[in-house]
Design a protein around this ligand. Structure first.
Ligand SMILES: [Cu+2]
Length: 424
């Protein structure tokens, strides 16, 4: 089946961009789309005017080109996508890997795993989905997955409703489960999987049949290595895990949380046949790696100083009407959070909605603080569950105007965004 979509270099996922830590990247984007676009370099603590989100960086008009130039200060697994409207729910995303030549890592081969939920060209368009969620005149026939129409269920791991949209397909590296990509390795090799969730409304629970995995990084930054059976990856999050490959053919399954569907790819190290496309390995129901299980590696724990700014983000909203807010306001009339350069700030998310939100801050990584006072992982995107209060710490060391938003594309489009502005 051939579907039309929007993509980088006609590829889904887009082409890999790879650099060494400290490099300056120059990426020229030629916009052949019908609309203005931007490229946001998700997770990278880059200069504000290259962030790819207005107002700090102007969008690229249709037919125009722009060269993003920025250095990459931290190694890790990142990605890029537009910051314009619903375009993220088309095929516009690519992986960006920053290597540290001084740290080759304890693995033999690398497998980049990009997860996505897919409707463009096969189901309702992202705009039709959004209009339907907003109460427009969509029939059930066009919106097979609308909540209340039996499409999306609940998730204990996400504390309630799993999502708003049931997609026609879920993809790993651009392929449906019946036509998966295959990654080849040798038995005994240590495989580093760099898992990126480029989806718009789907958290994925990811497991490799017949294997346990060791979580080594999340959102680019190392964690104390933690053994799990599966990881839960919200939109915008990244998890790096290492597995020691067994001998045979194994399904890498990304279960669409609460949606009763899977994406998959295959790991092949020897003879064997793949299970059927809907197969769910038992590891999916084992120990699932989430923020609660992880702690930052000691060398990346943010310096604890007494915080001299306390920021708050109250998350609210509901499905009917489809309305999502930060601090009681949508982005069009938001009151930005403010910090001064050099401050150590806390940022407390309080979620009073019935829905989880993967909250993403541009230009910084933050230190998740666990409720018991212990140190969580360093991240740029963190899932805030219903009725949860979650505090992160950050150092205000990158001046500018930085977006803070929910990484559910439809919540974002409904206005669930504010900014963190540096002030004199
Ligand atoms: Cu949200």
């Amino acid at each position: 089946m051939i579907v039309g979509t929007q993509a980088y270099d006609n590829l889904v996922p887009g082409p890999l961009i790879r650099a060494n830590v400290g490099d300056e990247l120059a990426v020229t984007v030629k916009n052949d789309l019908a609309q203005a676009t931007s490229v946001h370099w998700h997770g990278i603590a880059l200069r504000n005017d290259m962030d790819g989100a207005t107002p700090a960086t102007p969008n690229i008009d249709a037919g125009k080109s722009f060269t993003y130039r920025f250095s990459v200060p931290d190694p890790g697994t990142y990605w890029a996508h537009p910051h314009t409207g619903l375009d993220l729910d088309a095929g516009l995303h690519l992986p960006l890997i920053v290597d540290d030549p001084a740290d080759p890592g304890a693995y033999d081969v690398e497998w980049i795993v990009v997860l996505d939920d897919w409707t463009d060209g096969v189901g309702p368009s992202p705009q039709q989905i959004f209009d339907g969620l907003r109460g427009g005149a969509m029939s059930e026939e066009h919106m097979p997955g609308m909540p209340g129409m039996g499409g999306v269920g609940r998730s204990d791991l996400l504390g309630g409703d799993a999502g708003d949209v049931s997609y026609p397909y879920y993809l790993i590296n651009g392929r449906i489960p019946a036509a998966p990509t295959t990654f080849s390795a040798k038995p005994g090799q240590r495989v580093r999987m760099r898992i990126i969730n480029a989806g718009s409304d789907t958290a994925f629970r990811v497991a490799l049949g017949g294997h346990r995995m060791t979580v080594t990084h999340t959102d680019g930054f190392p964690v104390v290595p933690t053994e799990v059976d599966a990881v839960l990856v919200g939109m915008g999050e990244r998890y790096d895990v290492v597995v020691t490959a067994a001998d045979g053919v194994f399904p890498l399954v990304a279960s669409a949380e609460g949606k009763n569907a899977v994406a998959r790819a295959l790991l092949s190290t020897g003879a064997g046949s793949a299970p059927d496309p809907g197969f769910r390995p038992s590891e999916l129901d084992g120990r699932v790696g989430t923020v609660q299980l992880l702690s930052a590696a000691p060398e990346v724990v943010l310096a604890a100083g007494k915080p001299d700014a306390a920021l708050s983000a109250h998350l609210s909203g509901m499905m009917m009407p489809y309305d999502w807010r930060i601090n009681g306001r949508t982005f069009s009339d938001t009151q930005p959070l403010t910090v001064r350069q050099g401050q150590h700030a806390t940022l407390t998310f309080t979620n009073t909605a019935m829905m989880w939100h993967p909250m993403h801050l541009h230009g910084h990584t933050f230190q998740v603080m666990k409720p018991d006072g212990s140190v969580g992982p360093r991240k740029d995107t963190v899932n805030v569950l219903p009725n949860e209060t979650l505090t992160v710490g950050l150092v205000a060391d990158n001046p500018g105007i930085w977006m803070l938003h929910c990484h559910n594309t439809y919540h974002l489009e409904a206005g669930m965004m504010t900014s963190m502005n540096y002030v004199p």
